[in-house]
Ligand binder design. Sequence first.
Ligand SMILES: Cc1cc2nc3c(=O)[nH]c(=O)nc-3n(C[C@H](O)[C@H](O)[C@H](O)COP(=O)(O)OP(=O)(O)OC[C@H]3O[C@@H](n4cnc5c(N)ncnc54)[C@H](O)[C@@H]3O)c2cc1C
Length: 374
Amino acid sequence: MQFDVILIGAGIGGLSAALALQQQGLRVAVCEQASEPFVGGAGLVLGASGEGVLQKLGLGEALNDLAVRPSRIAFRHFQTGRLLAETTAATGCQAGRTDLQRALIAAIHSNTRDCLHPGHALVDIGQDANGITALFAGRQMLRGSLLVACDGLRSPVRARLIGDEQPRFTGYQVWQGLVPMAHLSAAAAGLGEADTWIAPGQQLGCRRINRGAQLTWLALARSNRWSDEAWQKPSGIDSVLTAFRGFDAVARTVLMATPREQALTRGVFVRDPLPAWTQGRVALLGDAAHPVAPFIDQATDLALEDAMILARAIAAAGPTPEALQRYAAARIPRANALMIAAEARGARLTTLNPDTYVASAAEDAGYDPVTAPV
Ligand SMILES: Cc1cc2nc3c(=O)[nH]c(=O)nc-3n(C[C@H](O)[C@H](O)[C@H](O)COP(=O)(O)OP(=O)(O)OC[C@H]3O[C@@H](n4cnc5c(N)ncnc54)[C@H](O)[C@@H]3O)c2cc1C
């Protein structure tokens, strides 16, 4: 059997693309190197564009169940917790990465049971005039009209397409964690639905997820330790507590309450924006195409936007190289602009003075992948 589209990687990008393509009536395979349930990570923040895609994919109700929409985001002084600024408009919504992946997997399964192929690590690709052959470890093989690599920050397909460019270390380390609210009774009174502590060269964001039952946090700090660019466990609690030792008691209580197995860390690495994401019948999507540094909360939005535009391009031009070119042409300017904006925010964080802090809005709000030209 020949699939219309073979997607490599079952992160948010691959899963949302699968669902969007299924909705267009296409035969899709998602091949993931990990064995089931291939879920993981802490929290994700979604803006209006990402949420709009999930609604279009029929996941609006699931999102209502698993996400929290904060009425405000409070920005606080790192030492005292004093309120510096707050955002009350366009606060987006926040959810657990695992919860969102599970919701996407359930929706894909409800369409067809044979779309997801766990334990499929891509090792080689061949293209000819009629299609693409994907070869996996263990010598399994699939045929498709197109292959879209949603294989993340360290995309092996990107390395094949573009060459082995080396990522740049930004001088920052990031930690993420997940804490049950029940572990936080002492600090809970001082926590809102979304709080961010600001220090020169450091930031700690805490957000409630899962109907408020859990809290997810993301901490960024300057680091001269050249750590890996993949998420690693166990990080981390000791190193984050050392890096954030000057932070106020509420912030530190959150870090200390995090179960060791629920903390991840990695170095923040960036790659330069690419001028092209396709080669014949192969294209890149999500972090594989545009790894956005976590100085802005839009990596997941971008992956969801890619998924919607990809499905619309293939619906318009069929599963052809032309559809991939239309997809890439529609997406590259926005994704590359956000990569540049994220790096600029990282540079500003280094010299940030909490006493003169002004909250920044989401970059380029107002983009709608459901209606944007393809
Ligand atoms: C384990 C994990 C935890 C994460 N946790 C968080 C988090 O807590 N918060 C956050 O903001 N972001 C997190 N991210 C990143 C976030 O999911 C992405 O930035 C964003 O959602 C875009 O996702 P993506 O689908 O493009 O890539 P990813 O989410 O990175 O997914 C890529 C997928 O491709 C698979 N893959 C890679 N190589 C191959 C291969 N050769 N063959 C088959 N499959 C392959 C990987 O196993 C992975 O499942 C995490 C990513 C991962 C992989």
